[in-house]
Design a protein around this ligand. Structure first.
Ligand SMILES: Nc1nc2c(c(=O)[nH]1)N[C@H]1C(S)=C(S)[C@@H](COP(=O)(O)OP(=O)(O)OC[C@H]3O[C@@H](n4cnc5c(=O)[nH]c(N)nc54)[C@H](O)[C@@H]3O)O[C@H]1N2
Ligand SMILES: Nc1nc2c(c(=O)[nH]1)N[C@H]1C(S)=C(S)[C@@H](COP(=O)(O)OP(=O)(O)OC[C@H]3O[C@@H](n4cnc5c(=O)[nH]c(N)nc54)[C@H](O)[C@@H]3O)O[C@H]1N2
Ligand SMILES: [Mo]
Length: 764
């Protein structure tokens, strides 16, 4: 009975999408007081003349010009174009200590920032400061450092190509490669893993490829919430009869059933379309086992086919001509027993065999994946096994087939393309020298975890953040927060207030910037910026709303001014000229990165253009010029998982949040309303600990912790359909149990989806 469930927990029986999604948008519009302007804004999202939705990085369908409805895109847009303001009164009436007690939701919900702010230590308040004074202060503080490597320059993936490019130019001219970015916490396992496999750290498919796929596999992503426009693609594929095989510990509603808000018949008849043809509830962290299991089946059936005089099931021509390393992978897979695979993967051998059958029956296969794959201690290994599986049957570099990492932030891929990387390669250094006449340092800089470690150790003294909420997004607030408070300089370029801004340093500044939806006017008139989506399409984005305050500057303008105040006329870079007309920034991008040839011309073509992804054409930019089959040894991501007391926690996004931005407290599709303090658990795991649905529990992380650290208390256990041994809770709250030292050694990606923990009845 419903009233026996914990408060706010209900069974959600509807399909994803449908009228529920339309109602949710109406509610968001009203809450942000943007009803009239809001609907107009929504109509311009992802349209040729409009702005790029700041929601996700899923590509726009080129051929349609009608409004593509997306509930969570609508939330992202209205959250930015809200009528609410964090003006001077807010900061005069509340000390930073008082603001600290506000929830993450309350901080951002106060509205758009309206003027530059400088922290007054004596009054414990942020106070207005003139822009010029702010820039001067930043320049002085940066120039006080005896080594440029003592500063960290963070980027969150909303920054446009133009902003990110100017930022890396400034930072490299300043003299460091310390570029921690959100990608380090997200798809870094892709950015590191895929170049080793296929010579490029990006996906190989285009949106059109989905029309030609014969089977689609989905590992560890939740498109109904995080990439809702992808549901149109999956919905169409399902209706064409394409099998969609899902691996996810949770039964995500949109991957089960989806009603397309665009589909008049489904809307009128309250019907929906099944999405997954098979749904495998893999154990958290069990993907490596499943992938090896599928390869094992393929090798076994291939051998049997050869024995019976067949031609085998592998694409031998492709393997021969294009790849290296198959035998080592075969040996690793053959040495892995079915017992191990079934135990670690949490799926039966039959289930894995049936998935392999779908794979073998399909001529063209696309494999999509998200954070369930990358945010593990063996995230890079996971990604590379996906590439292996595809290569066995030549499913790369041909129509309807390929690898599709589903990116996060709307321009996270573009930021990397235009130079936000702590490991600059020769092409980048050569390009910078060609375009600007100086050769930047080639020394490796800090990624996100390394930057935080250096800050905690007191080695790094200054932090500049181009967007984001680094302290809250990062693991281990117990270690991260006090570290941030030790800084000499903290600068945040932001649209809205968040907790990272409240971790004040000796000198702290908040610099308010324009968002995607705002009109950006510079000396030559209104400007467009450009972004790159998950499928390497580059296109323009132009905001049109009147900015929330006349004080706001664009991100490129803020960066150029910081650069001028810090560097003076070092290297003769004409910062004012560059920001007067962003075409000039794009000309420089083209000079540094030849792939952007005729950038200004091509970006003015409707729909933009695709950057060359060599692997899409079977050109492999690896040392041997071949795609590499790579071994990921073993199956367990962490020995602690073997601890009989341990459960593996995965940290997930609710339907009402954008990363650390919490729009609301509902997670509709999972049946959670009005709260986030819940942990999803299997019935047997509860019973085994003497617990039941609704009990208050304490959770303790086991990696790098002692009895008292990495603990959260008084969460409510919710009995849920999740495999035994796996539990799930919300990000960012659960970062408190994730150790900063727990990450993938190859890529540095924190293991947010594979945290060994213990759970017990609450002691407090
Ligand atoms: N509305 C909205 N849109 C977003 C975001 C947002 O927060 N809100 N964030 C953006 C960003 S930056 C990113 S990176 C993407 C994130 O998009 P996703 O990759 O979808 O991210 P998550 O919600 O973290 O969840 C991943 C899914 O993986 C599953 N999972 C967890 N552990 C495992 C595992 O071990 N194996 C497998 N196979 N599955 C597992 C979870 O059940 C969940 O369904 O979305 C982007 N878009
Ligand atoms: N436990 C756990 N931790 C995780 C994850 C997880 O799944 N589990 N996911 C990780 C992932 S995938 C990512 S990408 C990171 C996200 O890490 P971040 O990118 O650092 O975090 P966001 O929450 O996206 O940043 C939100 C802030 O960005 C600012 N902002 C919004 N729009 C703009 C803009 O247009 N310009 C500027 N300058 N600022 C803007 C606002 O001030 C807002 O408060 O978190 C990571 N952390
Ligand atoms: Mo992300």
């Amino acid at each position: 009975m419903k009233d026996q469930r914990p408060e706010g927990i209900e069974q959600y029986d509807q399909p994803a999408g449908g009228w529920g999604a339309l109602k949710a948008v109406a509610k968001t519009l009203a809450h942000q007081q943007v009803v009239a302007q809001g609907t107009m804004t929504l109509l311009k999202a992802n349209q040729p003349e409009g702005f790029d939705c700041p929601g996700c990085a899923w590509p726009d369908p080129k051929h349609t010009s009608s409004f593509e409805f997306c509930e969570n895109g609508a939330k992202a847009i209205t959250w930015e174009s809200t009528a609410k303001r964090s003006g001077p009164d807010l900061f005069e009436n509340n000390t930073v200590s008082e603001l600290w007690t506000w929830s993450d939701h309350q901080l951002e919900d106060a509205g758009r920032l309206t003027m530059p702010l400088h922290y007054n230590t004596d009054r414990d308040r942020y106070e207005p400061i003139e822009w010029d004074a702010a820039f001067k202060l930043i320049g002085e503080e940066l120039n006080k450092l005896d080594d440029p490597n003592k500063a960290e320059f963070y980027t969150s993936g909303r920054a446009s190509n133009e902003a990110a490019f100017l930022y890396q130019l400034f930072v490299r001219a300043f003299g460091t490669n310390n570029f921690p970015d959100c990608s380090n916490m997200c798809h870094e396992a892709t950015s590191v893993g895929l170049p080793m496999s296929i010579g490029v750290g990006k996906g190989t498919v285009t949106l059109e490829d989905f029309d030609f796929a014969d089977a689609i596999f989905s590992f560890g992503h939740n498109p109904g919430t995080n990439h809702p426009r992808m549901m149109t693609t999956l919905h169409n594929a399902s209706r064409r009869g394409v099998p969609i095989v899902v691996f996810n510990p949770l039964k995500e509603r949109a991957l089960e059933r989806f009603a397309a808000p665009q589909d008049p018949i489904e809307m009128a008849t309250l019907s929906s379309t099944p999405i997954a043809s098979a749904y495998h509830q893999v154990r958290t962290g069990g993907d490596l086992a499943v992938l090896k299991g599928m390869m094992k089946v393929i090798f076994e059936r291939d051998a049997a086919d050869l024995d019976h005089g067949g031609a085998g099931l592998l694409d031998r021509a492709f393997i021969e001509e294009h790849t290296d390393g198959l035998e080592a992978v075969r040996a690793d897979v053959e040495a892995t027993s079915w017992d191990q695979i079934v135990t670690v993967g949490g799926l039966s051998r039959e289930a894995i065999e049936s998935a392999a059958s779908v794979y073998l029956t399909a001529k063209n296969v696309i494999i999509c994946y998200g954070m369930g794959i990358t945010q593990h201690a063996n995230g890079t290994g996971n990604v590379q096994q996906i590439a292996n599986l595809l290569m066995l049957r030549g499913n790369l570099g041909r129509q309807g087939a390929g690898i599709a990492p589903i990116r996060g932030h709307s321009n996270v891929q573009g930021d990397r393309t235009v130079g936000i990387t702590e490991i600059p390669n020769k092409a980048l250094l050569d390009g910078m020298e060609r375009a600007f006449g100086f050769r930047p340092s080639g020394e490796k800089g800090h990624n996100a975890v390394e930057a935080i470690e250096a800050i905690i150790a007191g080695e790094s003294k200054a932090l500049i953040c181009l967007g984001g909420n680094l302290a809250v997004a990062m693991s281990d607030p117990e270690a991260t927060f006090p570290g941030m408070r030790k800084l000499d300089l903290a600068v945040h370029i932001a649209t809205k207030l968040n907790r990272s801004h409240l971790l004040t340093a000796k000198t702290s500044l908040i610099l308010p910037c324009l968002g995607r939806t705002d009109l950006d006017t510079q000396a030559s008139g209104p400007q467009s910026v450009t972004v790159e989506d998950s499928m390497s399409m580059v296109h323009a984005s132009r905001g049109f709303l009147k900015p929330p305050s006349e004080e706001l500057k664009s991100e490129p303008a803020i960066i150029a001014n910081i650069a001028k105040a810090t560097l003076g006329d070092r290297y003769g870079i004409d910062w004012d000229g560059l920001i007067a007309n962003y075409d000039r920034v794009r000309d420089k991008i083209e000079e540094v990165f030849p792939d952007f040839h005729e950038f200004n011309k091509r970006v003015r073509i409707r729909g933009g253009f695709r950057l060359d992804v060599a692997a899409s054409f079977r050109r492999w930019n690896t040392p041997k010029g071949k795609a590499n089959f790579l071994v990921a040894p073993g199956l367990d991501e962490d020995p602690l998982i073997r601890n009989p007391e341990a459960l593996v926690l995965t940290t997930i996004r609710s339907h009402d949040q954008y990363n650390t931005t919490v729009y609301g407290l509902d997670d509709r599709y999972r049946g959670v309303f009005g709260r986030r303090d819940v942990i999803f658990m299997n019935r047997d795991d509860l019973a085994g600990r003497g617990l039941k649905d609704g009990d208050l529990i304490d959770i303790r992380g086991l990696v790098g912790s002692d009895e008292t650290s990495h603990r959260v208390s008084r969460f409510t256990a919710v009995e849920y359909n999740i495999p035994r041994g796996s539990i799930a809770g919300y990000y960012p709250e659960m970062n408190a149990v994730v150790s900063l030292r727990h990450y993938d050694r190859l890529s540095g990606t924190p293991s947010y989806k594979g945290v060994p923990v213990t759970v017990a009845a609450s002691q407090s």
